[in-house]
Design a protein around this ligand. Sequence first.
Ligand code: CTP
Length: 446
Amino acid sequence: MTKVITYGTYDLLHQGHLNLLRRAKELGDYLIVGVTSDSFDRGRGKLNVRNNVLERVEAVKATGYADEVIIEDYLGQKIDDIQKYDVDIFAIGSDWMGKFDYLNEYCKVVYLPRTEGISSTMLRAESQTSYRIGIVGSGRIAHRFVPESKVVNGAEVTAVMNPDKEKAEAFAQMHGLTAYTDYDQFLQNVDLVYVASPHLTHYDYTKRALLADKHVLCEIPFMLSKEEVLELYRLADERNLVLMEASKTAYCPAFGHIVTLVKSGIIGDVVDVKASLSKMVPPPTRELDAEQAGGAMTEHAPLTLLAIIKLLGIDWRDVDFHSRMENGVDIYTKGVMNYPHATASFTLGIGVKTEGNLVISGTKGYIYVPAPWWLTDFFEVRYEDQTKNKKYFYSYDGEGLRYEIQEWLSIIVNERRSCYKLRRRESVAIAEIIGKYRNHENVTEI
Ligand code: CTP
């Protein structure tokens, strides 16, 4: 019996797939089809797949060509499968010509003719409305947003708004966009708004965008008080709009996995979370300007609080802060939070350097995420018995903004209004703690 194996995503199954599967089956007597898992696709940068793995497996089965369907979940699995299933022929479309020659060591490799004029990518593009994204602000993060948005289907950055004409035009020219200095005019020409302006302008720009019926993704610090967040979520609800906090770590695959591992109990009950983030910034810069809400707390608390709140929840009892001030801004803040059965602390610096790691301690073990933990691509679960330790590796593609952009578009397209990766009540809790600090509640200067 001749065994053939082939692999693919098989999203929105189309005629090209059918032709390929038929030809592969004709090469032998028994056809095994490897369908990629959702996490494997995400890990290799394929972010826009529409059908989930179960739907894709069902679609492949329904073709009637596959004698067996397996899931492809890791790099290098093809070599294992070929040996495990005693495969004679590996077949794949000619778009991969030459790429799988290394498998010749294990079986015969056949490149089958690819069907011209059709692909899943093409079908996804055809069925999707393309949104025009406008960016408010033209700083560092805005520059990173544009190339990241290009890897996500369904949206295109078309406009930038900055009241400073020169800055708006320079940014627009660099990225091929239209520049606006008038916010109302800008709002008339975009569908979605990404707010990446200075901290103190977030509330106003976001509110006006919602009032103009635009979905909004707003950079961190999202809002500077609980009241502001609650008001804007209410407004978004009334108008059936998506308002999302651009806390990029929340949407990154490895961070999501840490949260689910912890919740599934692998380190027992969580008793302490320690999150640190320090980035030295040379003056003059808005981070060191009290007039622009600068300071370690507004700069870095959103990400560290994200980790604490995702892991320990929103029912904290009290929080106090210890800050070293310079020219009216905290160049260092340490916050300590108490929960009924756990403690948490965050250490933030813009004029003090420290190790930016994340340690989650539990009754059975702990998770260690090295600096920079907020760009999570590796972590380790550690136990007293070190032979049980386990390391987890991930790819963190580009600047990582693609994951949050993808999530934002996905909830808009699928008509959901919020996202479990960062729930609204969690955003409210983060803003509440930042608001307390800004109101000088429980702040001690050191
Ligand atoms: N295939 C083909 N003809 C096409 C499209 C795909 O023969 N027009 C083959 C591929 O070469 C591969 C298999 O179908 O052997 C599964 O490919 P997959 O990546 O799932 O399909 P695409 O439509 O190419 O998907 P995408 O656009 O997402 O890359």
